[in-house]
Design a protein around this ligand. Structure first.
Ligand code: PLP
Length: 238
């Protein structure tokens, strides 16, 4: 954790950061002629302790994102009485699906059929319905996760046929070296094609600390914000 040796403690710092992020979201919504109520802030709490999540929850944040099962599972369990909405946003391995399905409410990073089957089996086993998003790769480099846009219809079909999974939309990370506005416009096109096929799939998860304004302008319904809320992650913390 970063040393914050000022007079204010960690909860006060988080409150300041949340105010700043809210001001950015309000301004972005205003500029795009959208209502702040159309937008869900997902606080990406990876590498930060459960106490930070609890502090933001006391300030009214209800949605949190994590990218590693080993870290997310105990955090979600420790805070289960807060009734938070947990989003899994990381690379999903088949052998982690059983665990993820026990605490995640939303899985934003589905990108291949093999994992759909594992996640569905996990959800059935846990007796829970999961909202899922298809992660889309916007630069053809699928090593960092995501299916290429032309693979979305088939994957959507597979998800729609899977028990206990509800297809809610798409997610993407703006690729390095591509203007976020262009990347998010492409994602918006993928999203509207998907919605023809799957009308309930209306969510667009796009935008992080550095590019949330561009995402809001392009129609994002969910922004995933880590650094701007919690501070910089250590190199080892990912
Ligand atoms: C870490 C992470 C974020 C948050 O990124 P920041 O730049 O810290 O806001 C958003 N989405 C995904 C998939 C992440 O892994």
């Amino acid at each position: 954790m970063t040393g914050n040796s000022g007079a204010a403690g960690r909860p006060e710092l988080l409150a300041d950061h949340l105010d700043a992020v809210e001001r950015r979201l309000q301004a972005a919504c205003q500029a795009a002629n959208r209502s702040r109520t159309e937008l869900t802030l997902v606080a990406v709490s990876k590498t930060w302790p459960a106490a930070d999540v609890a502090a933001l929850a006391r300030l009214g944040v209800g949605n949190f994102g994590e990218n590693r099962d080993q870290e997310a599972a105990p955090k979600a369990r420790a805070l289960s009485e807060l009734n938070l909405v947990w989003h899994f946003v990381g690379r999903l391995q088949a052998n982690k699906c059983r665990s993820v399905a026990t605490y995640a409410d939303v899985v934003q990073s589905l990108d291949r059929a093999r994992v759909v089957a594992s996640l569905s089996a996990g959800a059935v086993r846990a007796g829970r319905d999961l909202d899922v998003l298809i992660q889309v790769s916007l630069d053809g480099d699928t090593r960092r996760g995501g299916v290429e846009p032309n693979g979305v219809p088939a994957l959507a079909e597979t998800i729609s046929a899977a028990a206990c999974l509800r297809l809610r939309g798409v997610m993407a990370v703006a690729p390095m070296g591509v203007e976020p506005a262009r990347a998010f416009d492409t994602l918006a096109q993928v999203a509207s094609s998907l919605q023809v096929q799957a009308p309930a799939a209306s969510w667009i998860s796009a935008g992080m600390s550095g590019d949330l304004e561009a995402a809001v302008a392009a129609g994002a319904t969910h922004v995933r914000v880590g650094t701007a809320l919690f501070g910089g992650r250590t190199p080892l913390g990912g």
